[in-house]
Design a protein around this ligand. Structure first.
Ligand SMILES: C[S@@+](CC[C@H](N)C(=O)[O-])C[C@H]1O[C@@H](n2cnc3c(N)ncnc32)[C@H](O)[C@@H]1O
Length: 267
């Protein structure tokens, strides 16, 4: 996936995305159980919401490093995380991190995009201290995530022959069935536990705005490389608004969602 291309829409929707995904971030931070004074590496840190949470958790004696492959996201993060946080533009799969530098690696939805997942986790394994740990969140299956499944159904209604994602290729739904993720971690020197959690996403705005956020990020990601006309895009948006309206409860939009929470220890 080309994150240089995705960085602009991600930035445009950054605040809404961060608020919408806040329950996932909270679940990750709970699983990571960061302690005062720890050194932490955040993989695919994006606009930096988990960097702020990690910096708070480790305190002034600790240290946080964020790495992301997309320069515009790192630039944006720089303006909103404490100065003490180190930020690196790099491919976490291959970057030469200082060996045995970190107590913990964390990643909120950042591990689904590696070309070679086992190689990436082997690289991260070198970066943690003996006994170091990893905590990461990934999306569960589309069947438990209408936030992805319904936009995909809407695309199929209006655009012919959009191919489904190839199995085990970079993308948000890659580890919905998490066996390949578990195998990649075990093959690269980690012991792994995966817990599946239901979360509720509540975007902070009205149906039309949520539909716009889905257009900017989710639909754009799903339609990469596909020619689509303006009339098709407006038909997709109209159906998204209807989907968002139908997801409203007591005046707020509510999407049930499912994630896998990965915790691993370096062997
Ligand atoms: C779904 S976003 C999540 C961003 C952030 N963790 C959050 O919770 O808002 C995935 C992030 O992973 C980054 N990414 C993708 N592949 C990467 C790689 N190989 N190395 C480092 N970062 C990567 C993307 O640029 C993007 O910022």
């Amino acid at each position: 996936m080309d994150w240089d291309e995705m960085a602009r829409p991600w930035l445009e929707a950054a605040e809404e995305l961060e608020k919408t995904l806040r329950p996932v971030q909270d679940t990750l931070m709970q699983a990571a159980a960061l302690g005062s004074g720890e050194a932490v590496l955040d993989i695919g840190c994006g606009t930096g919401p988990t960097l702020r949470a990690a910096a708070e958790a480790v305190g002034p004696e600790g240290h946080v490093t964020g790495v992301d492959i997309a320069p515009p996201l790192i630039k944006f993060a720089r303006g909103r995380v404490p100065d003490t946080v180190d930020l690196i533009v790099a491919d976490a799969q291959t970057h030469a991190f200082e060996p045995e530098r970190f107590d913990a690696v964390i990643s909120n939805f950042g591990t689904m995009f590696f070309a070679d997942t086992a190689a990436a986790f082997a690289n991260l394994r070198q970066a943690v201290k003996p006994g170091g740990r990893l905590a990461a969140t990934v999306w569960g299956p589309p069947s438990a995530n209408p936030y992805f499944a319904i936009p995909r159904q809407i695309i199929d209604r209006h655009v012919a022959d959009v191919p489904p994602p190839e199995p085990d290729t970079p993308g948000p739904m890659r580890f919905g069935e998490p066996r390949a993720l578990m195998a990649a971690l075990e093959a690269s020197g980690w012991t792994v536990e995966i817990a599946t959690r239901d979360v509720t996403l509540t975007p902070p705005n009205v149906a039309e705005e949520v539909a716009e956020m889905l257009m900017k990020v989710t639909i754009r990601m799903m339609l990469r490389g596909v020619e689509v006309g303006a009339h098709q895009l407006s038909a997709i948006k109209a159906d998204l608004i209807e989907f968002c309206d139908s997801s409203a409860l007591n005046g707020a939009i509510v999407f049930p969602a499912q994630i896998h929470v990965v915790t691993a220890h370096a062997t």
